[in-house]
Write a protein that binds this ligand. Structure first.
Ligand code: R5P
Length: 291
C-alpha cells in the first residue's frame, strides 16, 4: 500500500486527481448518493494508507453540504490513517472570523472545533480571507498563496503600462505582494461596505490610471459587488482595460455577467473552485505545501 492517499471530495475531484499525481499518492474517489431529504450518503472507492491520508474538499456552495462532506471524509480517513491532513482549497465561512456586530456567532471558531473533532491533525487552506480565521483552529495550519501562479499567467499577456489595484484597503497587502512578484506598482482603493445590507461603495476620489491596463486583485468574488464598483470607478478615471485576478471565483447568481457588463475584459481565477474562469491550476503549489 502506498504511504500516501489522496481522498477526492466531490467538490474538488479534478484538483485532487492532479495533486495525487504530483505527490505520487493513491487516489481514492468518493461516491455520493443524495437522499430525498438532502442528506449525503458517501462511499469511499479504494483503500486508504495506514500512514497518511489527505482529504481534498473545497467548501463552496452548497457550503453546509460541502462542509459536512469534508468532515465525514476526515472522520472516515481517521479510522484507517494515523495522520489526516485536510486540504480545503476554498474555506467557506472564512469571512466569519470575528464578532463584527454584537451577538454574531464566529463560525470559524465552530469549524476549528469540528475539524479537530473529526480527526484532522493539520489543515491547509489557500489564500484564506484573513489569518484571524485560522487562529481558531487548535491543530497545525498552513495558508498557501496562489499569487505566483496568478502572476505567471498574467505575465504571458501583453499589457499596456499595467498597474495592480486592490478594490479595498483590506486587500492592500495582497496587491502589494502581487505587484512585487510582477515587479509593478500598486494602489489600493477605499471601499465601504454596509454591514447590514452588504452594499459596497468606493470612497476614493481620484487615481492616476489614464490609458493604463489594470489588474484588480482580490481573494474572492462572491456577488461581484466589490469588483463591479471598483471597475465602474476605474473606468470613470479613464483607464484602458480592467482584468481581474482572484483566487476563489464563487460568482454567485449572475455575477459574471454583471462584472463583464461593468467593463471587465477577463476574470482569471484558480481551480480552488472549479468553473469557467478557473484557468490557473494550483495543484503544484498545494503539493509543495504538503511535501
Ligand atoms: C472582502 O473584503 C473580500 O476580500 C472580497 O472583496 C469580497 O468578499 C467579495 O465579495 P463580493 O463579490 O460579494 O463583493
Amino acid at each position: 500500500m502506498n504511504k500516501l492517499s489522496v481522498i477526492a471530495g466531490k467538490s474538488s475531484e479534478d484538483l485532487a486527481r492532479k495533486l495525487s499525481k504530483k505527490i505520487k499518492a493513491n487516489l481514492v474517489k468518493s461516491q455520493i448518493r443524495v437522499f430525498a431529504d438532502g442528506e449525503s450518503k458517501i462511499t469511499l472507492k479504494g483503500n486508504l494508507s495506514k500512514k497518511r491520508s489527505i482529504v481534498v474538499q473545497s467548501i463552496y456552495p452548497p457550503v453546509d453540504t460541502n462542509l459536512i462532506r469534508a468532515l465525514s471524509l476526515i472522520s472516515k480517513a481517521k479510522e484507517t490513517s494515523s495522520e489526516v491532513i485536510a486540504v480545503i482549497p476554498y474555506m467557506g465561512y472564512a469571512r466569519q472570523d470575528k464578532e463584527f456586530l454584537p451577538g454574531e456567532i464566529v463560525t470559524m471558531k465552530v469549524l476549528g472545533k469540528l475539524f479537530k473533532g473529526a480527526g484532522a491533525s493539520k489543515i491547509i487552506v489557500v489564500d484564506i480571507h484573513s489569518m484571524i480565521g485560522l487562529k481558531h483552529f487548535k491543530i497545525k495550519s498552513k495558508n498557501v498563496t496562489t499569487i505566483p501562479d496568478l502572476v505567471k499567467y498574467f505575465k504571458k499577456l501583453s499589457l499596456k503600462n499595467p498597474l495592480i489595484v486592490s478594490p479595498d484597503q483590506g486587500g492592500k497587502e495582497r496587491a502589494k505582494e502581487f505587484a512585487k512578484e510582477f515587479a509593478l506598482e500598486y494602489i489600493a482603493l477605499e471601499k465601504k461596505r454596509d454591514r447590514k445590507t452588504g452594499k459596497v461603495q468606493i470612497k476614493t476620489k481620484n487615481v492616476e490610471v489614464v490609458n493604463r491596463d489594470l489588474i484588480l486583485v482580490d481573494d474572492m468574488i462572491s456577488t461581484g459587488g466589490s469588483i463591479i464598483k471598483a471597475t465602474q470607478f476605474l473606468k470613470k478615471q479613464k483607464c484602458k482595460r480592467v482584468f481581474v485576478a482572484c483566487t476563489h471565483a464563487l460568482l454567485m447568481n449572475d455575477a459574471e455577467k454583471r462584472i463583464k457588463k461593468a467593463g471587465v475584459t477577463k476574470i482569471v481565477s484558480t481551480n480552488t473552485i472549479p468553473g469557467k474562469t478557473s484557468i490557473v491550476d494550483i495543484s503544484n503549489t498545494i503539493a509543495k505545501a504538503i511535501m
